[in-house]
Design a protein around this ligand. Structure first.
Ligand SMILES: C[S@@+](CC[C@H](N)C(=O)[O-])C[C@H]1O[C@@H](n2cnc3c(N)ncnc32)[C@H](O)[C@@H]1O
Length: 270
């Protein structure tokens, strides 16, 4: 039913209106819990609700705090065994939104990473980057466009995290960004990407499911590319054929043992 309503609103070009209604409903639902959260965590700066909803579809401060911390920890645990020890690690959260994850990956302050980790964030949403620059310490933030390039030298990063970013891009943008992420990663550097895999089959229409089962990238467009309403679903076969020429697949976790993370986690090496 939910999928049907979404598809209908897309066809009738009412997606923006539906999203605004869901936003206001979500604000009402979380008003009291959010006030309580702020009383309990007076020093934890939270992003404006509109930025939060735009990035991860809820305005809940508790979600922003708890899911961000849990996923940052899970990502660090996943990448650490594959990183060189004792050298400086440059890590980019590409499509960082309002820093839900990267703020927990810094050393010191709110993060738990070792001191040799230097954190960067990039996003194509100017408002998210402006908010991050004003409010989040120990991370360098950059705005990029929907299309590459990123403002970094070749071979600069040891790690790039792309948490639910390819999930909002078209097929041609996949190719362009895979090329760009490979350019900024050091040889042997890591790309950790989360993608919408089999766990999302129930959200797809019958024809989307058929295409998915045949191994095709399923793209639900009709709204602004890069926004959360623009959805891409990734069968494992597609990742193997399209990510593999540039990247070696180290790990594919279909049901990651991390609260709130229903997307597949792919760890790849440049
Ligand atoms: C679903 S949100 C995830 C945000 C963040 N990674 C998190 O998990 O909280 C997707 C993010 O990707 C950003 N984005 C989409 N296309 C992008 C692009 N081409 N370059 C950089 N960021 C992009 C959006 O602005 C949004 O912040």
């Amino acid at each position: 039913m939910k999928t049907f309503l979404y598809m209908l609103s897309r066809t009738l070009h009412l997606h923006g209106m539906l999203d605004s209604c869901l936003y206001f409903k979500n604000c009402l639902r979380h008003r009291k819990p959010n006030l309580r959260f702020q009383e309990q965590h007076p020093d934890f700066i939270v992003p404006p609700t509109q930025l939060a909803f735009d990035a991860y579809h809820t305005v809940s401060y508790e979600h922003y705090h708890n899911m961000g911390a849990a996923q940052a920890q899970y990502f660090m645990d996943t990448i650490t065994p594959h990183l060189p020890q004792h050298s400086q690690i440059n890590m980019l959260d590409w499509g960082c939104g309002p820093a839900r994850i990267i703020r927990h990956m810094t050393s010191g302050w709110e993060g738990t990473a070792p001191e040799n980790v230097h954190c960067y964030g990039a996003d194509y949403n100017q408002k998210s980057i402006s908010w991050c620059r004003e409010n989040i310490q120990n991370v360098h933030f950059f705005k990029n466009e929907l299309e590459p390039p990123l403002p970094f030298d070749d071979n600069f990063f040891d790690v790039v995290i792309a948490r639910s970013v390819f999930t909002h891009l078209s097929a041609s943008m996949h190719d362009a960004w895979l090329r760009e992420l490979h350019r900024i990663l050091k040889p042997g550097g890591l790309l950790l990407a989360t993608l919408q895999g089999r766990n999302f089959l129930s959200k797809m229409t019958a024809s989307e499911q058929k295409a998915f089962e045949e191994g095709a990238l399923v793209v639900r467009d009709g709204v602004t590319e890069g926004k959360k309403g623009f959805s891409a679903f990734h069968p494992a076969k597609y990742v193997h054929t399209h990510f593999s020429p540039r990247f070696t697949i180290i790990q594919h976790v279909e049901n990651p043992p991390c609260k709130g993370l229903v997307q597949d986690v792919w760890l790849l090496r440049a």
